[in-house]
Design a protein around this ligand. Structure first.
Ligand SMILES: [Fe+2]
Ligand SMILES: [Fe+2]
Length: 215
């Protein structure tokens, strides 16, 4: 089967699989990650076909994880599902495995480190969508979804429960988003992350000042 046809099928499949996912992690996130991943692939000399497929399919099991947090890992479940889908769509075993491995490691956990350039590219593109102006936007979308606040100056951000009403977009920034640029694995990813990071830090510093009535 022609590569373009497989891409087309993957888009239809992933779109359908993501209809129940909350807005902070929805289909528009996948579209942005795909655009960024292809851009990074070109800059880094990675296989753009593998990267595009992996990006399109990377969060297909997100709804299952949201429904059973802590028991299902969307990277693991999504990797298996993507491999089966791709084999069924006519992709050969080697390429299907390569795409599945990128999806398995996109989250980066100790035991699951990206092992190919294409996996590094997907990982970086996914993290880049969590920082910069878009990262700020998504942090507030996410806070709204869990009933959290914009900021809460009276709490110790390190001790707040994530995904709770005590949670804040500021906490998400302090404990997670501000460290993402250190985790970039490609040169182009690091370059884009620097710019996005700088904008995001300026925004949250200002938010903190305004929250305390100091600006
Ligand atoms: Fe993901
Ligand atoms: Fe993602």
């Amino acid at each position: 089967m022609h590569n373009d046809e497989i891409i087309e099928k993957a888009v239809l499949y992933a779109r359908r699989r993501m209809t129940a996912v909350k807005p902070s992690h929805g289909w528009d996130h996948v579209e942005r990650v795909t655009e960024l991943a292809v851009r990074l692939a070109r800059a880094e000399g990675a296989d753009a076909f593998i990267v595009r497929l992996a990006a399109i399919l990377h969060d297909i099991a997100r709804a299952e994880e949201d429904a059973a947090p802590g028991t299902i890992c969307h990277a693991e479940a999504g990797s298996r599902e993507a491999r089966d889908f791709l084999l069924g769509a006519g992709l050969d075993g080697e390429h299907a495995r390569h795409v599945a491995d990128c999806i398995l490691t996109h989250r980066f956990r100790k035991a699951r480190v990206p092992a190919t350039l294409e996996a590094d590219v997907l990982h970086d593109a996914d993290k880049l969508d969590a920082i910069g102006a878009i990262g700020v936007g998504r942090a507030f979308l996410f806070a709204g979804e869990v009933g959290a606040k914009a900021h809460n100056g009276n709490i110790d951000v390190g001790k707040t429960e994530p995904y709770s009403e005590e949670d804040t977009a500021f906490r998400e920034f302090s404990v997670k988003l501000r460290h993402l640029k250190e985790r970039m694995r490609t040169a182009e990813g690091r370059r884009i992350a620097e710019e996005r990071h700088e904008f995001m830090v300026r925004f949250f510093d200002r938010l903190d000042l305004e929250h305390r009535g100091e600006a």
